[in-house]
Design a protein around this ligand. Structure first.
Ligand code: PLP
Length: 461
């Protein structure tokens, strides 16, 4: 049977009610929170596409594994079960569990930055990664390929590094000032876009040439491996496990938000291949910041659920259905004339709001305007990934203009059905019919870092 969009490879064993609100309720809620959907109660959301971070459903096997967890503070059986699975998948030797991805960032960045003028280079830094680079006193430079910015022209690996630019940046800043090269796979900010093994190999070679540490920000390493199998001819008959291992072979350190391809609701990993002195430096920081090194902020239950989730996330039927759902929603939006990042990536559909709403300047946050309209229309919560998220320059404090203005419709894992995605597509198609009426916004109150989580906005007159 040839199916364009694969049905859910699971049966539903437990359900959670969601409720619909009235348009009046939603108008009031938005006013209360200063037009920032992060401050809306999830009870007031019908379909929640804010993030795929820790919002997925665990399997019966994961819930079962939690029953045999060992909650010992030090050296628990749960820790050793997790360690065995991580070692099997990555081939890396040193494991530090952390409370979530940013815990790994805080521990690692602080271990690598000892002086002024250090720089990290990534295809695209994720927002919390950039924040931890800057908090540690370094600077974050991105060098993704130009094709990533052209949302309407397909390219199989829009997450790739621009290898020539990478080498130029290294020489410009001086190799001794580069604290690390960070492979963000998949490239979240550019649309959950994959990075090819060919590109990772080239980047790894440059890192080795200049003696620079190779760090994988691999929250979605399994989705990346799946895209390599689908789109990179040389690997079409490799298993996902073998492709994943090939990815790990090209890095020295693996940071992971386990809330993504770990299929758990909370947790993270900092894994070091074989660099004992780096491991010891990180271990020293883990204790005061995250917890004793054999739990680092995770309960035994969470570690056991993660040990199972890491393996489930590498299964082909799961990955096929997951990416089919994203493609289904992207296809429906494109059929309505809404521009999306093409081809769609692994965890979300990214609407190109700059192309869709040319009447709203970037300084007035066109993507945030769509996010608010979508909530008003149907109680669906999406998120802005553009100039509102990017915030202000850490040196000049001037507002930054993002090269892209995306509305991210993030699909939680194993949580919503295709029928829910139809409601999302229908709501956006209704907005498409009156898109000229959408208005821009301004920031009226903002914190110093990561403003998008707590800032307040108002409509421009
Ligand atoms: C989510 C994410 C992080 C941060 O992880 P948290 O678990 O949210 O702290 C880092 N990098 C990438 C690419 C992510 O998607």
């Amino acid at each position: 049977m040839d199916r364009k969009y694969r049905a859910e490879p699971y049966r539903i064993k437990m359900v959670e009610a969601i409720k619909e609100t009235t348009r009046h309720d939603r108008e009031e809620a938005l006013k209360r929170v200063g037009y920032n959907v992060f401050a809306i109660k999830s009870d007031d959301v019908y379909i929640d596409l804010l993030t795929d971070s820790g919002t997925g459903a665990m399997s019966d096997a994961q819930w079962g594994a939690m029953m045999i967890a060992d909650e010992a503070y030090a050296g628990s059986r749960s820790y050793y079960r997790l360690k065995a699975v991580v070692e099997e998948i990555t081939g890396y030797h040193y494991l530090l569990p952390v409370h979530q991805g940013r815990g790994a960032e805080q521990v690692l960045m602080g271990s690598l930055i000892h002086r002024e003028g250090m720089v990290f280079i990534s295809n695209s830094h994720f927002d919390t990664t950039r924040a931890h680079v800057e908090l540690a006193g370094a600077r974050a430079l991105d060098c993704v390929i130009e094709a990533a910015f052209d949302t309407q022209t397909p390219h199989p690996f829009k997450g790739n590094f621009d290898v020539a630019k990478l080498e130029r940046l290294i020489l410009e800043k001086g190799p001794e000032n580069i604290a690390g090269i960070i492979y963000t796979i998949t490239n979240n900010s550019m649309g959950g876009q994959p990075v090819s093994l060919e590109n990772l190999t080239a980047v790894s070679k440059i890192a080795k040439k200049y003696g620079i540490l190779r760090i994988m920000d691999g929250a979605r390493y399994a989705e990346n491996a799946f895209f390599i199998q689908q789109r990179e001819a040389a690997y079409c008959d490799w298993t996902i496990q073998d492709i994943a291992r090939a990815q790990f072979d090209l890095a020295d350190v693996f940071m992971m938000s386990a809330k993504k391809d770990g299929l758990v609701n909370m947790g993270g990993l900092l894994v070091i291949k074989d660099n004992q002195s780096l491991f010891e430096a990180c271990q020293v920081r883990v204790v005061p910041m995250e917890g004793f090194p054999t739990y680092g902020g995770m309960s035994g239950r969470a570690m056991d659920a993660l040990a199972v989730g890491l393996k489930e996330a590498l299964e082909v039927p799961y990955l096929t259905h997951r990416t089919d759902q994203i493609r289904y929603l992207a296809d429906r939006l494109q059929a309505s004339g809404i521009p999306v990042q093409t081809p769609p990536g692994g965890h979300a559909v990214f609407i190109d709001a700059k192309a869709w709403l040319p009447h709203i300047p970037q300084t007035a946050f066109p993507a945030q305007s769509v996010v608010i309209e979508l909530y008003l229309e149907a109680g669906i919560r999406a998120v802005e990934i553009g100039s509102f998220l990017l915030g202000n320059d850490p040196d000049t404090h001037e507002p930054l203009i993002s090269p892209t203005e995306f509305v991210r419709l993030t699909i939680p894992r194993r949580t919503y059905t295709y029928r829910h995605l139809d409601d999302v597509a229908d709501a956006l198609s209704a907005i498409h019919a009156r898109k000229e009426t959408l208005k821009g916004l301004k920031v009226v109150k903002e914190p110093a870092v990561l403003r998008h989580f707590t800032a307040q906005l108002a409509y421009l007159d």
